[in-house]
Design a binder for this molecule. Structure first.
Ligand code: AMP
Length: 464
């Protein structure tokens, strides 16, 4: 299949050629003709599928035909959950629209609002925005939607997870009723279907798996280790395994900073990426990592979500996530077609509840590997597999975290059930559980309830 057959015009085909793409990905082949026909589309596709071009290319094509946006007007609005994703989409719009005379603007929180208001004065054929900043700009009369033709919600599932539902509803209420709607989400969960009901009109549904990985092979294991010795163990793993690069996940922003500093002190080039970092610092860390100038990128879940990073050989869970589904997203970052990725978790005794929830969600016990020099003094109790089905989440009613784009997650603190673990004796060094390789489709759409904090003094999950 060639791009020529999809109904795109010469300037766009030229831009595609400039990018070096030879044929459309599955999502592009399905979404582009449908969008060009003016249909509403609901697509289950995540990062790596080519979804951004899947909506950007036809968007540009449609907009290239009508009248250009005048002062403060917007013709197409793309909403994304995080600043990074907004910046990436804006970059794609620039790349694919380079031979067209369309104006695009990107706005997100965490930076000054005035330059964004100035930029919007001349109008935007395409506006890419995070929901909170979008509402702020609207309330300050910086945007007009009377000429809006198309609305895109990108990573809609993540927007709901992050508590943007209220902002999204407010935005929907101010848009003209007659418009084309495109909804992209990693999965079609019950919450997404609920959102879609009030949004898309007789949509075409598309569902694809990532471009180069229908089922990649990921080897998962965990090292039981005392909390205080996690960094030391990480440094040893990096050195002994001669890892070129790894993505390390920290549950909190503070944790990410601390790990980064300790790695740097040990002579390992590392950077942290999370919601408290300035936009410049986040962009720099990402490009340094992509270009190999740093070896270890330490990220919180939300900051890492949607980042266009090539699949990596190693992903480390420095802490287990509070939401079991994030584990699946994290390990989806490793494993390439034809090569086995490694997802390694460092697990302290007080993370037992999170471990149980992950094993229940993935329906696999994670193999345990003990490092001789790091035998924990606080033993991680054995777990047994809880095979009871997990009920889907009820739609959440979180507060709108206006100033936390790219930052906070709202957890509902629902209790996660689980059989009491067998409290086993300390396993001997080298003891391994027989749960070797797992076939994983990244972000396979498994949903679980956020886990109740196992301890009273545990930091709230909003510290992302
Ligand atoms: P996305 O899923 O939109 O985050 O895109 C993932 C990556 O795939 C980006 O680096 C794109 O530049 C790249 N990409 C998108 N479409 C194609 C294509 N048709 N052929 C090759 N690469 C592509």
């Amino acid at each position: 299949m060639s791009f020529n057959k999809l109904g795109l015009s010469a300037p766009i085909l030229k831009a595609i050629e400039d990018q070096g793409y030879t044929e459309p990905s599955a999502i592009q082949a399905q979404a582009i003709p449908a969008i060009l026909e003016g249909q509403d589309v609901m697509a289950a596709a995540q990062t790596g599928t080519g979804k951004t071009a899947g909506f950007t290319l036809p968007l540009l094509e449609l907009l290239s035909k009508g009248e250009h946006a005048q002062g403060n007007q917007v013709r197409a609005l793309v909403l994304t959950p995080t600043r990074e994703l907004a910046a990436q989409v804006a970059e794609s719009v620039k790349d694919y629209g380079r031979h067209l005379a369309l104006k695009s603007t990107v706005v997100f929180g965490g930076v000054k609002i005035n330059p964004q208001m100035m930029a919007l004065r001349r109008g935007a054929d395409i506006l890419i925005a995070t929901p909170g900043r979008m509402m702020d700009l609207y309330q300050q009369n910086a945007v007009k939607f009377d000429k809006l033709e198309i609305l895109v919600l990108d990573e809609a599932d993540r927007m709901l997870d992050m508590g943007f539902i209220h902002d999204i509803k407010k935005i929907l209420a101010i848009l003209p009723k007659k418009r084309q709607n495109l909804l992209f989400s990693a999965t079609f969960s019950p919450e997404i279907r609920q959102l879609a009901k009030g949004l898309v009109n007789n949509p075409i549904e598309i569902s694809v798996t990532p471009r180069n990985a229908t089922a990649v092979s990921v080897e998962q294991w965990l090292h039981p280790v005392d909390k205080k010795r996690k960094t030391e163990l990480l440094i040893q793993l990096i050195a002994d395994g001669r890892w070129d690069q790894a993505l390390v996940f920290s549950r909190t922003k503070h944790g990410a900073n601390k790990i980064t500093k300790q790695l740097e002190d040990a002579g390992i080039r590392a950077s942290a990426i999370h919601g408290n970092k300035s936009q410049g610092a986040r962009t720099r860390a990402l490009s340094d990592f992509k270009e190999g100038r740093i070896r270890i990128l330490v990220a919180t879940d939300i900051a890492a979500r949607g980042l266009d990073i090539e699949q990596l050989p190693h992903v480390v869970n420095f802490d287990l996530p509070d939401v079991a589904e994030d584990y699946v997203h994290r390990i989806g970052r490793t494993g390439r077609a034809g090569a086995t990725g490694k997802a390694i978790s460092l697990v302290a005794a007080d993370e037992l509840d999170q471990l149980r929830a992950i094993e229940r969600l993935t329906q696999k016990l994670i193999e345990r590997r003990y490092e001789d020099d790091f035998m924990p003094t606080h033993m991680l109790p054995d777990t047994t597999l809880d095979t009871r089905p997990i009920k889907p989440n009820k739609p959440k009613k979180p507060k709108a975290p206006r100033d936390q784009q790219g930052g906070a997650r709202q957890g509902n603190g629902a209790k996660q059930g689980g059989n009491p673990a067998k409290q086993g004796n300390a396993p001997k060094s080298g003891n391994r559980r027989p749960a070797p390789k797992a076939e994983v489709t990244p972000g396979q759409g498994l949903r679980s309830k956020p886990l109740a904090p196992a301890r009273r003094n545990r930091k709230p999950s909003s510290d992302n």
